[in-house]
Design a protein around this ligand. Sequence first.
Ligand SMILES: Cc1cc2nc3c(=O)[nH]c(=O)nc-3n(C[C@H](O)[C@H](O)[C@H](O)COP(=O)(O)O)c2cc1C
Length: 174
Amino acid sequence: MSNQVIENILSRRSVRSYKDTQISDKALKLILKSGEYAPSGMGKQSPVIVAVQNKDTLTKLAKMNAEIMGSDSNPYYDAPTVIIVLADKNARTHVQDGTCALENMMLAAHSLGLSTCWINREYEMFNTDEGKALLKEWNLSDDLVGIGALSLGYSKGEIKEAKPRKENYSIIIK
Ligand SMILES: Cc1cc2nc3c(=O)[nH]c(=O)nc-3n(C[C@H](O)[C@H](O)[C@H](O)COP(=O)(O)O)c2cc1C
């Protein structure tokens, strides 16, 4: 049986090397919309999605993340777009809500021929004075906490095959 949605899920891979070419606004908007249409606990829509393409802000985010990681390299792999997902900590399911938005956007990007990688450490980044100042600069509530981010762009290299899945990953109880 062939099913494009399932094919898209099975063939998505994390990409860690990007071309400088920026993605189109049309593609970005479709990806963001896919994030917005993710499910959320009690339909509260707790996430806020911030797409960053401004070079100075990308450099700042990379520096903040690298400091937490304790590394000199760019944790966003020099992708031309970075999508940050924050969520309202007052919503009981804010972590799950943000995670659903991230996964929707990874799959949407892949279906459009674009590549992503989930990048961690946004919770710590937006829990610092510098992170809180960025929220203020973006006119966002300080009730928001970082859930995760995506590097987004055109893949530079070959896309690797998925690792085999572990034994008994799923079980069916009838
Ligand atoms: C919660 C989470 C955090 C992750 N953090 C990072 C990260 O900080 N940097 C990175 O390069 N990849 C990160 N990844 C990507 C994983 O390494 C990747 O999904 C995994 O190796 C499986 O590869 P695949 O996505 O190609 O199937 C993260 C993935 C998840 C789900």
